[in-house]
Design a protein around this ligand. Structure first.
Ligand code: FAD
Length: 419
């Protein structure tokens, strides 16, 4: 557990808790619990669902039955004041398999949006509906990206117009690459209520289950993460009650008025939220990297060429040393950022982006090295490392590409609006 630091130079207060990276018993227990599920249920199913390219409903159901899929689990992970339990749980689950991991964790994107922007009533109403029950599991989807608005979120064209007479919002547009898009019970959609204001004119809406005008478009066939459903979502005159605007209309009107008067918006606050969620994504990448490293290490000890185990060659052993080093370094960045986010520290140098950037790139690099260590076997679907490599690649793309993370970090540290 990381210790609290004071504002004055980051030194621990006298008599205050001391710096330690030793996990407490709760953290160890949760790690073991998730690891057990990843090893016993997720791993054995990984290759099958990757090939099928379908949502692994039975596995999600298993996760719900043991309490791993549901808002109680997320609440339990979040309750840890050090911030470490959430990344620890994600690392273990994605160590099992990233495609299935995302099928289980994808809902949390929608939940995070409702939790971050909704009123207490909206949280109480919609978050449970994102998960359903153990007997009838449901999913949530978060739809921000569009065909022409990926990294550039300000380019979002989906509009939401208020119909005062009916107290309804009418949403029109097309969303792209939505995890669980079209198969979710609850969709959270980002739409523009005032195009002239760019991203400051955006608002988030809940689309309740079965709403007319919200349809799945093309399902995307992917390079990796294939057990996780990704699809376009079409919104055609999709009408939702006024109460589906997250945060409520009064708050939105106040915010828009502030922006129109040229006053500061809360974009800074939104940035802090992104920074706080990035280490969780980084932890998922770490899980993949660690799985590939462990597999390659075992293989290198077993595989014999030229009369000796291949690990006896420095070329192989040093690669494994570098893999372990990079994974551990990335984990320290992830844990630092998770702790900062949970304890309300200011991300002066975009430490959240640093953690996601490093972990994503380490995952791509380590899984590629794992293929190399396995040689021809590594390149085949008989062995899991090629799947891990395909899965890892998305971590330099979604939730902000590596280039966008570098942009955020360089702007934070220089104070210059680097382009
Ligand atoms: C499997 C998967 C799941 C996803 N899930 C979701 C989801 O649930 N919800 C959701 O809303 N979205 C989701 N996305 C979308 C994802 O967030 C976007 O793909 C991502 O933000 C990148 O946007 P883009 O693909 O349009 O790339 P672009 O923005 O077109 O970028 C293309 C390239 O240009 C670079 N680039 C762009 N701008 C700059 C710049 N200013 N400086 C330097 N380089 C730049 C990028 O780094 C990248 O290398 C998902 C995508 C995938 C593939």
């Amino acid at each position: 557990m990381l210790a609290e630091v004071t504002g004055d130079g980051g030194l621990p207060q006298e008599g205050g808790p001391k710096f330690t990276l030793e996990l407490n018993q709760d953290q160890k227990d949760i790690r073991e619990w998730v690891h057990g599920f990843a090893e016993g249920v997720v791993r054995p199913a990984a290759a099958e669902w990757d090939e099928r390219e379908e949502t692994p409903w039975p596995v999600i159901q298993e996760a719900a039955k043991i309490g791993l899929y549901g808002f109680e689990a997320l609440g339990q992970f979040w309750a840890d004041e050090t911030g470490l339990t959430l990344p620890i749980a994600n690392e273990e689950l994605f160590w099992g398999d990233a495609g299935i991991g995302m099928a289980i964790m994808g809902t949390s994107l929608a939940v995070a949006a409702i939790f971050g922007q909704g009123t207490p009533e909206q949280m109480g109403e919609w978050i449970p509906q994102c998960f359903g029950t153990a007997d009838d599991v449901k999913l949530g989807a978060f739809c921000a990206s569009e065909p022409d608005a990926g990294s550039d979120v300000s380019a979002i064209r989906t509009t939401a117009k208020y119909d005062e007479a009916k107290d309804e919002w009418v949403i029109n547009g097309q969303k792209a690459w939505a995890t669980n898009g079209g198969i979710a019970n609850v969709h959270v959609v980002i739409a523009s209520v005032d195009r002239e204001l760019g991203s400051r004119g955006h608002a988030a809406f809940v689309i309740p289950p079965g709403t007319k005008g919200c349809e799945q478009g093309a399902k995307v066939k992917k390079h990796g993460l294939r057990a996780s459903h990704t699809a376009d979502v079409h919104l055609d005159d999709c009408r939702v009650p006024g109460a589906c605007l997250l945060g409520g209309k009064e708050k939105l009107d106040e915010r828009l008025a502030r922006v129109r008067e040229g006053k500061k918006s809360k974009s800074q606050a939104a940035m802090q939220t992104f920074e706080a969620s990035r280490p969780t994504v980084g932890a998922q990448a770490l899980g993949i990297a660690r799985a590939a490293y462990e597999y390659a290490l075992d293989y290198a000890k077993e595989r014999r060429q030229f009369g000796r185990a291949i690990v006896e060659n420095q070329a192989i052993a040093f690669t494994l040393a570098d893999m372990k080093l990079e994974i551990d370094a990335a984990r320290l960045l992830v844990w630092r950022a998770a702790w900062m986010g949970r304890s309300g520290q200011k991300f002066e140098n975009a430490e959240g982006s640093m953690s996601k950037l490093k972990a994503g790139e380490v995952a791509v690099w380590s899984t590629e090295r794992a293929i190399q260590i396995l040689g021809g076997n590594g390149y085949t679907r008989e062995f899991p490392v090629e799947r891990m490599h395909r899965d890892a690649k998305i971590y330099t793309i979604f939730e902000g590409t590596s280039e966008i993370q570098r942009l955020v970090i360089s702007r934070a540290l220089s104070g210059v609006h680097v382009k």
